[in-house]
Design a protein around this ligand. Structure first.
Ligand code: PLP
Length: 442
């Protein structure tokens, strides 16, 4: 059997990547992690400034999470949640409901975020069918917002570039309102109402919003935004879904983003940080009022996933939550978020930096050419050719992203503090200074 020629990914198909660039010997292959750092197969060390992919809240190499996985695999490695329960899922559901915003009293488990988003949409749709409102199936989300890549989640995603190739497979049941960067005022909430009215309120099932929107670069909503959205949803009988695949489990300095921002969703999707990535898991926290019609004798939710709520993942999530509680990682984020912001703000004098925004351990650094928009050639060079590679060469993993305006996303593990922020700041400055010198003409 032929094997990969140079230790690179000749056989492995990387996600969201160009095959032309992934099979060469410049590809970095990670091998192990320890604390805030990961190490590649050459033994080079990188500060993980993105928590893998907004996931590794407790840092790398935490033995007790690996031990929890091994213990569960040795006790009951697998059983489905189809008509049976298993102990770790029962315990984790209890634990999540205790931590969640009031009123979210039941958990439907999946294996990841896209499935959580699709499950939430299907729960909303099924809820309205049971309530005798069969016309309500549409979803409203926001421009640029990323809610996943499977077809249902992709329909909710507001990134035309990701959707266009698959447009015939998406069914036109979703609309997108302005995000809080396009319109940083309560008018952004009113745009959701405008769309509800255009579509006909009794056709809209749900609004999907991240507490702080990732794609586009950590859009923090203006004061009062979610209160206004809540009011609008209540007025029109539309469900509010908080997509917290990124924003939960301490990322914004609380267990859930809705708790930190003080709003009350009807459903809440989570994934990533629930296990700190030590095993895949996602799910939907569902309001008791939404579950109510499913309690009728013959009602059932026609949806399930073989590995949803996998016992090993649930055991890992319980150990992860124990660890986060013991080390008070959400509290640590609140304590140090100002220092992270201050470190990143020092980059604002660079000609390539237009804005620094975010909260908790979740920031976007928006890039521009001395205040002017980067040309397509400059974006391609900066985001796709230069930044990712140079940042890694300097020992920092974070993410250059141009799904909206070009940004560098920074989301360190929650164990990081001022020393790691300083290391990030120094590398970002070096690399952005060099990028400015080498930036191609517009
Ligand atoms: C807000 C949000 N929703 C959904 C998803 C999809 O999650 P997954 O990649 O686990 O399917 C993501 C992934 O980054 C996300 O950020």
């Amino acid at each position: 059997m032929p094997t990969s020629t140079n230790g690179a990914a000749d056989r492995l198909w990387l996600h969201f990547s160009r095959i032309a660039e992934s099979g060469d010997d410049r590809l970095v292959t990670m091998e192990r992690g320890e604390g805030a750092y990961v190490y590649d197969t050459q033994g080079r060390r990188y500060l993980d400034g993105l928590s893998g992919l907004f996931t590794v809240q407790v840092g790398h190499g935490r033995r007790e999470l690996a031990d929890a996985a091994a213990a569960q695999a040795g006790t009951l490695a697998y059983f489905p949640l189809w008509a049976y329960a298993h102990s770790p899922a029962v315990a984790l559901a209890d634990r999540l409901v205790e931590l969640a915003p009031d009123g979210l009293d039941r958990v439907f488990f999946t294996t990841g975020g896209s499935e959580a988003v699709e499950s939430a949409w299907k729960i909303a749709r099924s809820y309205f069918l049971l309530k005798g409102e069969p016309e309500r199936y549409k979803v409203i989300a926001r421009n640029l917002a990323y809610h996943g890549t499977t077809l249902g989640a992709l329909a909710i995603t507001g990134l035309p570039g990701l959707k266009e190739p698959f447009a015939p497979m998406l069914n036109g049941a979703t609309r997108h309102a302005v995000n809080t960067h396009q319109e940083h005022s309560l008018a952004a909430a009113d745009d959701i109402e405008r769309i509800i009215l255009e579509e006909g309120p009794d056709t809209v099932a749900a609004v999907f919003l991240e507490p702080v929107q990732n794609a586009g670069g950590a859009f923090v909503p203006p004061e009062g935004y979610f209160a206004r959205v809540r009011e609008i949803c209540d007025r029109h009988g539309v469900l509010l879904v908080s997509d917290e695949v990124i924003c939960a489990f301490g990322r914004l300095g609380d267990w859930f983003g809705a708790s930190r921002l003080g709003f009350r969703p009807d459903l809440l999707t989570f994934a990533k940080g629930v296990t700190s990535g030590y095993s895949p898991l996602g799910g939907v926290l569902v309001g008791d009022h939404i579950v109510e019609p499913f309690k009728e004798a013959t009602a059932s939710f026609l949806h399930g996933i073989t590995f949803g709520g996998h016992p090993v993942s649930c055991a890992v999530a319980l150990a992860n939550i124990d660890l986060m509680e013991r080390e008070d990682l959400p509290g640590r984020v609140r304590e140090h978020e100002g220092a992270l912001r201050a470190a990143l703000d020092t980059l604002a004098d660079l000609p390539l930096v237009r804005d620094v925004r975010g909260m908790g351990y979740f920031y976007g650094i928006e890039l521009a050419a001395d205040g002017a928009q980067l040309s397509p050639t400059q974006r391609e060079w900066l985001v796709r050719q230069f930044l990712g590679r140079r940042l890694l060469q300097e020992g920092l993993h974070c993410r250059a992203d141009d799904r909206g305006d070009p940004v560098i996303m920074v989301a360190p593990t929650l164990i990081c503090g001022p020393a790691e922020f300083e290391e990030m700041r120094a590398i970002l400055r070096t690399v952005l200074e060099q990028a400015w010198k080498e930036l191609p003409a517009a």
